[in-house]
Design a protein around this ligand. Structure first.
Ligand SMILES: [Zn+2]
Length: 455
């Protein structure tokens, strides 16, 4: 007898490229049976009738930023938000930032008896660079590069899935330095991601650098949060460049998020002199998120003061163009990812709304992408990136029971820049066949595990 049957739901069929009505049976944490509409149903201990709902593989967030256990305490914040929006597996350690060593991260998850979602981690290159005292604009010496490579290798040995660069944050990182660091592994299944060098007028040169690096290294390579760097007038040439490169280099891809504002810390090199001119925006396009400037839009004076005195404060910059955000989501390549980052409970709403926002705004309201393509970009594509497509990212017999059931008529994000409210429309989330969310309520936030790289 099956543990659970989910009947009458509309499911993505990625091979056919359409939504198809199917019935799904789960047993022992996995999908054990699938049948077309009208097929005779096997016996099950429990049945969920998903008529009128979408039944999708759990969302896989290929780009987010994990909890800061060392500085903010041993508790979950961002992964709770991930679960609330239907994510079942999330990838932390992006943009070169890693908030604690892999061993420390694993130990806390163990202590807490699991996590709200499954966690994949990358090693953050910049974190090690900063720890070694290498200045942001300084080039690393040969000796320092050797040591950085060793640190990355230590994290890979602890289960990291790959590593990440945040080039814009430490402009001293050269192409040669990255190429050298990529020598930390020769495994084609490792994932390397990069927040690229510069946005706006330097954008295409930055993408060229990423395309070149991707072609020169053995690992898979992900251009991070394309919209935050390219949706300032450069999206179409950026997409053309990436699409063309992907024709000959399938190891390359990108992710993007559905908001026209990005967020980063005030001390970041992103906010260097001249940034506003380059974005063609004024100081009041920058919103601060923490005391003493919580929810305050900058003036020149506040901007300079916040940058000097509160370099770790998160700021939100409303500088991107909506049509370009939509183009990055609708493009034939690419994935949807949150780039979620939370500081003491505050941050950009993408951490709490990305996936429902794509399904509500870009699929249902604006119709810039079909339901099946949007779901593919948040399930199957990221699963392939991680080499997990046999067990995650699609509904097939033998796959893990990581499933989200949502109402396509109502799903939408509710978080804004003042309140990180959860979305509406998510009815069930299953992780490993067990209910994390049932009838819209969270009932178990410890079903996720640290997933070490084992390929
Ligand atoms: Zn980034």
């Amino acid at each position: 007898m099956l543990d659970l049957l989910i009947i009458n739901g509309s499911c993505p069929d990625y091979e056919a490229g359409e939504m198809v009505q199917k019935n799904i049976g789960l047993k022992d944490g996995k999908i054990a049976w699938m049948g077309a509409a009208g097929a005779e149903l096997p016996e099950a201990a429990e049945v969920i009738d998903a008529a009128g709902k979408v039944v999708s593989p759990g969302f896989i967030d290929i780009h987010m930023h994990e909890e800061k256990f060392l500085t903010e305490g041993k508790d979950y914040s961002i992964s709770q938000m991930m679960l609330d929006m239907g994510v079942t597996t999330a990838v932390g350690g992006n943009c070169g930032e890693q908030y604690q060593r892999m061993s420390e991260f694993k130990a806390v998850l163990e202590d807490l008896g699991g996590a709200p979602v499954n966690y994949v981690m990358l090693a953050g290159y910049n974190t090690f660079r900063v720890k070694m005292g290498i200045g942001r604009y300084e080039h690393a010496t040969q000796e320092q590069m050797e040591e950085l490579k060793k640190s990355i290798q230590e994290e890979l040995a602890e289960g990291a899935w790959g590593f990440s660069f945040g080039i814009e944050y430490d402009p001293g990182i050269t192409y040669e330095e990255m190429l050298f660091a990529c020598g930390a592994s020769d495994n084609p299944n490792h994932l390397v991601s990069a927040h690229y060098r510069a946005d706006c007028i330097d954008d295409i040169a930055s993408i060229d650098e990423m395309v070149k690096l991707s072609a020169a290294i053995p690992q898979k390579f992900q251009i991070s949060h394309l919209s935050s760097c390219s949706a300032i007038g450069q999206m179409q040439p950026s997409l053309d460049c990436i699409n063309k490169a992907m024709e000959t280099n399938p190891k390359l891809n990108y992710d993007t998020y559905p908001y026209n504002a990005f967020s980063t810390t005030m001390g970041s090199a992103v906010f260097e002199d001249g940034c506003l001119d380059a974005w063609k925006k004024d100081y009041d396009s920058i919103l601060l998120t923490d005391d003493p400037y919580k929810n305050v839009y900058c003036t020149e004076e506040i901007f300079k003061k916040a940058r000097a005195e509160y370099p770790d404060m998160l700021a939100v910059a409303f500088v991107m163009n909506e049509e370009e955000i939509a183009a990055a989501i609708a493009n034939k390549n690419g994935m949807v990812a949150s780039d979620g980052i939370i500081n003491n409970g505050n941050g950009h709403p993408r951490a709490a709304g990305t996936f429902p926002r794509v399904l509500g705004k870009y699929v249902r309201e604006d119709k810039v992408v079909s339901m099946v393509d949007a779901l593919r970009k948040m399930t199957y594509e990221p699963a392939k990136r991680l080499g997990l497509e046999a067990v995650k990212g699609q509904l097939s017999v033998g796959a893990d029971g990581d499933i989200v059931i949502f109402d396509p008529q109502t799903i939408i994000d509710k978080a804004d820049f003042a309140h990180l409210e959860g979305p509406v429309g998510i009815e069930y989330v299953l992780i490993g066949g067990q209910k994390a969310i049932a009838e819209g309520k969270k009932i178990n936030d410890r079903l996720g595990r640290f997933m070490p790289f084992e390929q």
